[in-house]
Design a protein around this ligand. Structure first.
Ligand code: PXG
Length: 465
């Protein structure tokens, strides 16, 4: 891993200086700015391996890999070198007007090789949101070319997260995102998530998985199969709270999509590039999509990059149309981003990181997390590979949640960060997605810190009672 990290030019600047400037000028994503100003923003200045350092010199173990994304860990000199070489050779040229560049070509070929099924064609963008907006346009265009312009509605799921641009936010099923911008747009529908711990009946997980898939069938029938273009889902829903569907779910979804001629889109922005112990989440969850979107782990977030992968069915129709595909970004196929992604994938392959998540560190994380399942505050522990969640509940058997105003998830998260381990809180769920290179010792530290958060919050609750 990389050499000495230095931050030249930062020496004379203080946390208070950055906090004041940030407060004055910086608009943050998904942030209540009044709260942030009161708390003071955390200034992260450098990183190495699984660790971050803040501007006061505190070391933090990054249990969320940035935003579920720094799969190979921080400070990879090989990636910096690949970017530097590419910046000197060709920092930029576009991929419009009969042009291409070597990293974009080679990355497209590499992605065609490592993705499953017939996903052999790649359209590049810069963020998960852009990839998902692009896939919406591709799906609409596909059905128009097929002479079925009425087949337009795309179905997503509650708790799904596909990004923030107008179409990606419309695909998303996190309802708090919608009212501020009058979303979803027309033509976007949602069905319930395969969220076993959230359902009130007494079905076992496999029966529930089939039941959740059939909610899609009911929605397709209610809308009319001739009007439904596609279904989109994350193999495991990440930002919605690490919702791991029962094994019966995705094969049934695939069957239903095939029956009603509905395209199946796998949003692999979090699950791709090894997170679940396979290269792509659809392989772990047992389905083969017609289209796939990727971002985050494709470049381990060293630079922005995303893509849509098109299966033969869609690609053949688009390429047979004697028509210009009227879509593309200035930075589609950016040579530096593609060079970084190629080096990132080389590292994943060369170091056997995906195999190690599947056979060694992933099972270790899952086993250690499940030791917390009997804690009095814990309702359910779930996860696969290097993604995990601890969902709190006042009563496990009846799946009764705590009063959300107690903000127990946030209190657990804050305790972990205070102890030097970054985790994320989604409602009353502690979620984890460390870099895929995390060691067993580092996993021990994460799990022990989560346990100490649970103990502390349980004690506080008792004292308050
Ligand atoms: N799809 C999925 C599955 C995602 O998780 C996006 C698309 C959008 O990607 P961009 O690059 O446009 O952000 C994401 C992003 C969180 C959190 O709080 C999760 C994401 C982004 C920001 C915060 O867990 N995922």
């Amino acid at each position: 891993m990389g050499g000495q990290v230095t931050n030249t030019g930062l020496e004379n600047k203080t946390t208070a200086y950055w906090q004041a400037l940030d407060r004055a000028h910086h608009v943050h994503p998904f942030t209540n700015h009044a709260e942030l100003a009161a708390q003071g923003v955390r200034v992260i200045t450098r990183a190495e391996g699984v660790y971050l350092w803040d501007s006061d010199g505190n070391r933090l173990l990054d249990g969320l890999a940035g935003l579920w994304s720094v799969n190979v860990g921080y400070g990879r000199k090989e990636i910096a070198d690949a970017a530097y070489r590419q910046l000197l050779d060709l920092p930029y040229y576009n991929t419009f007007f009969q042009s291409t560049n070597p990293p974009a070509v080679e990355l497209a070929a590499k992605l065609a090789e490592i993705t499953p099924g017939s996903l052999k064609h790649v359209f590049f963008a810069n963020s998960g949101s852009e990839a998902n907006d692009s896939v919406v346009k591709i799906v609409r265009y596909y059905w128009n070319l097929c002479g079925r312009p009425e087949k337009k509605t795309i179905i997503g799921r509650r708790h799904g997260y596909h990004g923030v641009t107008l179409a990606a936010a419309s695909l998303s099923g996190l309802s708090f995102m919608h009212p501020q911008a009058d979303l979803p747009l027309p033509g976007f529908e949602h069905v319930d998530a395969p969220y076993w711990f959230d359902h009130e009946g007494d079905m076992d997980p496999d029966a529930f998985g089939l039941h959740a898939a059939r909610a899609l069938e009911e929605k397709i029938l209610a809308l009319g199969p001739d009007r439904v273009a596609a279904f989109i889902g994350e193999p495991i829903q990440g930002a919605g709270g690490v919702i791991v569907p029962p094994a019966s779910y995705w094969p049934e979804v695939q069957r239903i999509c095939a029956k009603y001629d509905v395209l199946l889109i796998s949003d692999e922005v979090i699950c791709g590039f090894g997170r679940t112990g396979a290269w792509f989440g659809c392989e772990t969850l047992g389905f083969t999509p017609d289209l796939m979107t990727i971002a985050k782990g494709v470049s381990s977030s060293y630079v922005p990059l995303s893509a849509v992968l098109l299966g033969e069915r869609v690609a053949d129709v688009l390429s047979a149309a004697d028509d210009e595909f009227a879509h593309g970004f200035t930075y589609s196929g950016h040579p530096v981003a593609c060079a970084v992604a190629l080096e990132n994938i080389r590292i994943l392959e060369h170091e056997g990181i995906v195999d190690s998540v599947r056979h060694k560190t992933g099972p270790y994380l899952q086993a250690r997390l499940r030791e917390l399942a009997d804690h009095p505050l814990v309702g359910e522990v779930r996860g696969v590979g290097m993604i995990g969640a601890i969902e709190l509940a006042a009563d496990k058997a009846s799946r009764t949640r705590f009063d959300p105003d107690l903000k127990l998830g946030v209190r657990c998260r804050d305790h972990c960060i205070e102890k030097g381990v970054i985790v994320r809180a989604v409602r009353d769920i502690m979620v984890l997605a460390p870099p895929l290179i995390v060691t067993e010792e580092q996993i021990d530290r994460i799990v022990e810190t989560a346990q100490s958060a649970l103990d502390t919050v349980a004690r506080d609750l008792q004292q308050a009672a």
